[in-house]
Design a protein around this ligand. Structure first.
Ligand code: NAD
Ligand code: GLY
Length: 362
């Protein structure tokens, strides 16, 4: 097992990465303020992993409440959040009852937001079971639900007590989801680590074949980069925004098509191609990098063009992006591979040119 620390003073926590972690109650038991937990999961993950986790915790003398939600991005809503609270009330959960998110980013974001607001803040632990959640959503304390008009619009910054990334859980992940997770791994190379991007280019086939050594390196290096950025700027006043590389475009795709139509990672992959195109148009990046980026996305089985949205809603949707500051859109662009920059002075014509070049109408 490898452990990476997220350094946030008295809210610091470990990210454990390795095999068989779902079966290891010793990573959870010492963190509990009360020998009682509420596990939040969904109808897909419950038959795969819930019994194992529950049995291990019960064997350690911990009382377990299970909350099983419907599966899908379209359920990342107020209504589902309320159903978590209904279950917590019905089971007389207290403020010291720890919530455990067992699942992908949807479960992690919902559970984290529930924990942030349940009795004004209950402890929670992330057990991410998708590649995307292991490398990104379970780390850093962003929690949220969607609004029909904007992705992740309602939420809180609220850190978990620990993250347990069980690499064995990736064995049951559908291939499309594995590829979607690779998009966020690739993101870290673009924004922070050119050598890591080159390593991904060399190892993409091993990652797709679920080689455990390659997956471990991908998860550990991604978490190291995310932990470093989150420690510098927990609440995204500045540098943390670079973690949203490709997300301004990608979130517009997700909201514009309807949540769940494209996977988050797929939308971010097309969004990153757009962000690279924008960087080239702004004269910041050599044109040849566009081809390199597209080649890697294609090898990872990810989309390289965005969809045409009904009514060309990209610009509309991007204008409610959380990075908008004083009414100005901000884009994460690249100065070079491995070095991202935030720009709030991108001319509207340049954005439109990128959208024209990078959507399937082009
Ligand atoms: P997801 O949570 O929808 O999971 C993908 C699918 O895989 C689901 O059907 C799920 O039930 C299934 N699944 C999960 N683990 C499995 C396993 N081990 N075996 C078989 N099936 C499994 O999607 P995701 O890609 O994990 O997360 C996307 C969400 O994460 C989006 O809502 C996005 O906004 C959010 N996100 C949040 C952050 C953050 O910082 N909080 C960062 C990135 C993404
Ligand atoms: N996924 C972007 C962030 O955590 O800031």
């Amino acid at each position: 097992m490898r452990t990476i620390g997220v350094d946030l003073g008295d809210r610091s926590y470990p990210i454990h990465v390795g095999p068989q972690l779902i079966s290891d109650a010793s990573l959870i038991a010492p963190l509990l303020a009360q020998k009682r937990v509420a596990i939040v999961t969904n109808t897909t993950i419950a038959p795969l992993y819930l019994d194992r986790l529950t049995a291990q915790l019960q064997a350690a003398g911990i009382q377990v409440i299970c909350i099983v939600l419907p599966d899908g991005e379209q359920y990342k809503t107020w209504q589902t959040l309320n159903s978590i609270f209904d279950a917590l009330i019905a089971n007389r959960c207290e403020r010291r009852t720890t919530l455990i998110a067992l699942g992908g980013g949807v479960i992690g974001d919902l559970t984290g937001f529930a924990a942030a607001t349940w009795q004004r803040g209950a402890p929670f632990i992330q057990i991410p079971t998708t590649l995307l959640a292991q490398v990104d959503s379970s780390v850093g304390g962003k929690t949220a639900i969607n609004h029909p008009g904007g992705k992740n619009m309602i939420g809180a910054f609220y850190q978990p007590r620990a993250v347990l990334a069980d690499l064995d859980s990736l064995k049951t992940l559908p291939e499309r989801e594995l590829k979607a997770g690779l998009a966020e791994v690739i993101k870290y190379g673009f924004i922070r680590d050119a050598a890591f991007l080159a390593w991904i280019e060399d190892n993409v086939d091993k990652l797709l074949a679920r080689d455990l050594t390659a997956l471990e390196h991908a998860v550990v290096r991604s978490c190291e980069i995310k932990a470093e950025i989150v420690a510098l700027d927990e609440r995204e006043d500045d540098i943390r925004a670079v973690l949203n590389f490709g997300h301004t475009f990608g979130h517009a795709i997700e909201a514009g098509l309807g949540y769940g139509e494209w996977l988050h990672g797929e939308a971010i992959a097309a969004g990153m191609v757009m962000a690279v195109d924008l960087s080239v148009r702004l004269g910041m990046l050599a044109a040849k990098e566009s081809e390199r980026v597209k080649r890697l996305m294609q090898r990872a089985g990810l989309p390289v063009v965005g969809p045409v949205l009904p009514g060309s809603r990209y610009v509309d949707l991007m204008s409610v992006d959380k990075k908008v500051k004083d009414g100005a859109l901000r884009f994460i662009v690249l100065e070079s591979i491995g070095a991202a920059k935030i720009r709030s002075d991108v001319p509207a014509d340049t954005v439109l040119a990128t959208l024209k070049a990078c959507t399937s109408a082009a």
